[in-house]
Design a protein around this ligand. Structure first.
Ligand SMILES: NC(=O)C1=CN([C@@H]2O[C@H](COP(=O)(O)OP(=O)(O)OC[C@H]3O[C@@H](n4cnc5c(N)ncnc54)[C@H](O)[C@@H]3O)[C@@H](O)[C@H]2O)C=CC1
Ligand SMILES: O=C(O)C1=NCCCC1
Length: 304
């Protein structure tokens, strides 16, 4: 049955999406993904189209969860911006489809991208940081830095939060160098647009957990070889990491496990060791976020 398309704008997505509802759904989706059961979940590695003239890429990120009736794709453009550029690194739109009829709901993908990425990093910290972690360092000050700050504050109680280079509003310590921000930190989040290593293993405390979110092309880096080789490396998707992560491909580091493997109990969480979670982003993370937004939207609109 053909239904007219629904459009959900950014301010509404912002009102409807909440970490407390999003995080459990993402954990279930990460676990389902790692079982590799195509009757449950299909999600190919994203297709990227280079936008050479603009120093960027368009990514197409489909996912289908048959038993949950969730079908979606995100269109995301991301750019290799110069430091200091005021233009955003990413722009995104999510299309949620009815799997039976193909009817579409189109929604802003900025808030979904910011929140689901930060939520998955927070899940990685929940699983992999050492007990009693006190100091969080965030490298980067863009949109992802803010969403990571928000969800880490909601989920954990760090004694100190350090930010490089300028502070997010709130009780944080602004640091003038990466070294100052990360020395002694228990958890480090890298959310920069840099394409060369910015975080060096020699500064990272043994046993720290690093959630590495930027550097999503095979020749872009955020972390150096020392850190990549010393750490136990986890990823959201093994295939995604092998295809897209410069930190993994160029360092020759092995992906030990996916977060979903840890959630499923098929691989251990090495909390006692230095760990890196390499985040590339997955279509299924957008799919469950978009479904949550649409379900909330429908519930509100049926009451009007
Ligand atoms: N893994 C995932 O699922 C996702 C990853 N990303 C990536 O996360 C990163 C941050 O994204 P946004 O916060 O949206 O970007 P943004 O443009 O809002 O902020 C980027 C930050 O990086 C800093 N920066 C830029 N060039 C730098 C350099 N050479 N050295 C150090 N810092 C530099 C900027 O000052 C800014 O603080 C990007 O690399 C983006 O591609 C974004 C969305 C999802
Ligand atoms: O998963 C995403 O969304 C993105 N990942 C890497 C960079 C752009 C957006």
């Amino acid at each position: 049955m053909a239904n007219p398309p629904v459009i959900i704008w950014k301010d509404e997505v912002e009102r409807l999406l909440r970490y407390r509802e999003l995080i459990p759904r993402l954990e279930v989706a990460l676990g389902k993904f790692s079982w590799r059961d195509s009757a449950e979940l299909i999600q190919p590695v994203r297709t990227t189209v280079p936008l050479q003239k603009h120093d960027g890429f368009m990514g197409l990120m489909p996912a289908y969860m048959e038993n949950d009736g969730v079908l979606s794709t995100k269109f995301v453009c991301f750019y290799k911006r110069e430091d200091g550029s005021t233009l955003p690194a990413t722009q995104a739109t999510v299309v949620l489809l009815d799997p039976e009829y193909g009817n579409v709901k189109v929604m802003d993908g900025e808030v979904i991208t910011d929140m689901r990425t930060a939520a998955v990093s927070a899940i990685s910290a929940k699983l992999l940081m050492r007990p009693g972690a006190e100091v969080l360092a965030i490298l980067g000050t863009g949109r992802q830095a803010l969403s990571h700050y928000n969800v880490f504050m909601e989920m954990f109680s760090f004694k100190e939060v350090r930010v490089w280079k300028t502070p997010v509003s709130g009780p944080v310590t602004a640091c003038v160098s990466v070294e100052e921000a990360v020395r002694g930190a228990d958890v480090i989040v890298t959310v920069t647009r840099c394409t060369e290593p910015v975080l060096f293993g020699q500064w990272v405390k043994a046993g720290a957990h690093v959630a590495a979110v930027g550097a999503c092309r095979p020749n872009w880096r955020e972390l150096d070889d020392v850190l990549m080789k010393e750490a136990v490396v986890y990823a959201d998707s093994r295939e995604g990491a092998m295809a897209e992560s410069g930190d993994i491909i160029l360092s020759g580091a092995e992906v030990f496990a996916e977060l979903g493997d840890v959630i499923n109990g098929t691989k251990p969480a090495h909390r006692e060791k230095t760990t890196v979670f390499k985040s590339l982003g997955m279509g299924v993370q957008d799919a469950v976020s978009a479904k949550l937004v649409f379900d909330q939207w429908k519930a509100r609109h049926s009451q009007l």
